[in-house]
Design a protein around this ligand. Sequence first.
Ligand SMILES: [Zn+2]
Length: 437
Amino acid sequence: MIFQDRRKTGRLDLEATEMAVRATLHRAGARALSQLLQFPAPPDGQRRVACRCGQQAHYRELRSKPVLTAVGTVEVSRPYYWCSACGLGQFPADGELDIEKTEFSPGVRRMQTLVGQAVPFEQGREQMKVLAGLEVTTKSVERTAEAIGSDIAQREQKEIQKALRCDLPGVAGQPIPILYVQMDGTGIPVVKKETAGRAGKLPGLPAHTREVKLGCVFTQTTWDKQGYPLRDPDSTTYTGAIETAEAFGQRLYREAQERGWNRALQRVVMGDGAEWIWNLAAEHFPEAVQIVDLYHAREHLWEVARKLYPSDQGKQKGWMTVHQKRLLDKGKIKRLVRALRAIKSGDPEVAAKIGNEADYFERNAERMRYPQFRRQHLFVGSGVIEAGCKTVIASRFKLSGMFWTVQGANSIIALRCSYLNARFEDYWEERRVALAA
Ligand SMILES: [Zn+2]
């Protein structure tokens, strides 16, 4: 066909040609693969396998099913065994091939998870078609990505339980100069049933969202000429889920352990002022220095400035020069609290707001010793986790028209973190080893 076309038109349409050649090679590959996947009937004397119920399942016949592989659909024909005691049938070959209860080969499922963690499932379907020449449904990208993500999440839960029992093998290695744990929360849109009875529980968030708690761990060895901290390249790992602060604390504890918390010479926990963060830090990271993100602290002052001078930006700025630059940034929190408490406002709402803010600074004073932190070349902003909330969560979970179930979101978060943490290869390898065992 290609040559005929070339004779007729005098030119070669390379794109059409390369795609046609790929499709042809796929078909040839699928034929070869199908032959490899014709399992023989077991010889007499080997026609029984153990059944889960403790009895024996007996060979019945060869059965075939179509499986989509990296080179297209193939037919797999393999022995079927049936247990008369409990009525359960099984295909031992499916376990070996990792195609149990799925119509997709491991190679294709890996592609589906790769695209599914990165982009909306519909886009993933398109990418599979263009990049791999494979036609799959949007739903299948979603199902496969969720199934693998859920498997990853379950394995993580096992590791978390081990970490809590102090059962993890100590991760050996060099001492780590400074290790940071940062955490934050960010809302994602969910389907209606996931917010039933929860309206108003999360102040400031509309009722159609649930909060993903995201944590990250990274390390620092050095600082720049001006003394500003430098994050070690590629040292950031993420973990998160829609879950309680308690469960999230355990998750983050395990991640920190995995990253060498015990080998760290200096340990730092950072977040905004949210109370759950510091409760969690006290429980799981009691030996860490705690730092409130400077930019959140500044934002709290801005809110006061705007309350005091609602329509006068000049006065707001003047007030900030005194209270931010001379007090907050200088770590003079006691004086800042005194200054706030001294403000008299006739407006009860404004007075209450300022009182709350004074409480906030008083409560977090130890965590706002910014000049001291700077002298130690530590980070004073939680920019890493805030960027994480955008790149890990928002860019995949907060696109228009998206509504997640908690379980679906948690599966894809687990999958996405696994990729971003460069652990997906390990997961897939472990899976293969487990099948071979
Ligand atoms: Zn049985």
